[in-house]
Ligand binder design. Structure first.
Ligand code: IPE
Ligand code: IPE
Ligand code: MG
Length: 224
């Protein structure tokens, strides 16, 4: 049975779910948050140490202003409401991506990170304004400026994920088979699961099914 430390998730399909069920993309984002809570709880039960949630990509700035505004309001309210609960559950919150939002949200994100920094049960890496290409270019530049040898170990030191093991599992919901600029370096050997369900319809049972499948996979890493 494979050990499982880290699950990364591209939570896709909120917009389509919202249009289909409530005639509003934003309602889909709201419903998606309920799935986030279910997956957090199940991750604790499964004793998973890291989950990384793709919440907003560097490309998502291309969306209509009102949708972006709604998404960040949702995040702000979620943090305000849940930070004490997350802390009590021994959950550590870590943001990957550049914090260049409103002063209020930047402050709230830093506050949440600081408050939960010593927590040990589960680390939630929220990928916010995250793009893998940006992350890699930044790391390459750092290596060059510091005159360091260009190798895997040195490069990894300048990624947002520097203290995080690579994902064992990558899940993308929403019936789309692409990576959308998510953790391109880190998923070199991840087991990838594309899930037909839209994110708000995804649940603990679907998550457990994937975990059980993963546990039985023969992971070769190039060997036999
Ligand atoms: C993913 O769901 C959530 C974010 C990108 C914030 P989408 O909003 O991309 O949902 P679809 O793909 O349009 O259905
Ligand atoms: C990826 O989903 C980003 C997040 C889930 C946050 P998108 O819906 O933005 O991806 P594309 O644009 O369809 O590739
Ligand atoms: Mg999408």
């Amino acid at each position: 049975m494979n050990p499982l430390n880290h699950v990364a998730i591209i939570m896709d399909g909120n917009g389509r779910w919202g249009i289909k069920n409530k005639n509003s993309r934003n309602e889909g984002h709201k419903a998606g948050l309920i799935t986030v809570e279910k997956i957090i709880k199940e991750s604790i039960k499964q004793n998973i140490k890291h989950i990384t949630l793709y919440t907003f990509s560097t490309e998502n700035w291309k969306r209509p202003k009102q949708e972006i505004k709604y998404l960040f309001k949702l995040l702000e309210n979620f943090l305000k409401k849940k930070i004490d609960y997350l802390h009590k559950q021994d959950i550590k919150l870590n943001i990957i991506g550049k914090k260049s939002f409103s002063n209020k949200l930047n402050f709230l994100l830093r506050f949440a990170e600081k408050k939960t920094i010593k927590n040990k049960k589960l680390q939630i890496n929220l990928a916010l304004n995250y793009g893998s290409k940006n992350e890699l270019i930044y790391a390459f530049k750092k290596l060059k400026n510091k005159n360091l040898t260009m190798n895997e170990k040195n490069l990894s030191k300048f990624l947002y994920t520097k203290n995080i093991p690579d994902p064992d599992i990558l899940i993308r919901t929403g019936n789309t088979m692409r990576l959308s600029n998510f953790l391109l370096w880190q998923i070199a050997y991840s087991e990838i699961f594309f899930e037909k369900k839209l994110w708000p319809d995804f649940n603990e049972k679907d998550f457990i099914k994937i975990i059980n499948k993963f546990k039985k996979i023969k992971r070769n890493y190039g060997s036999i």
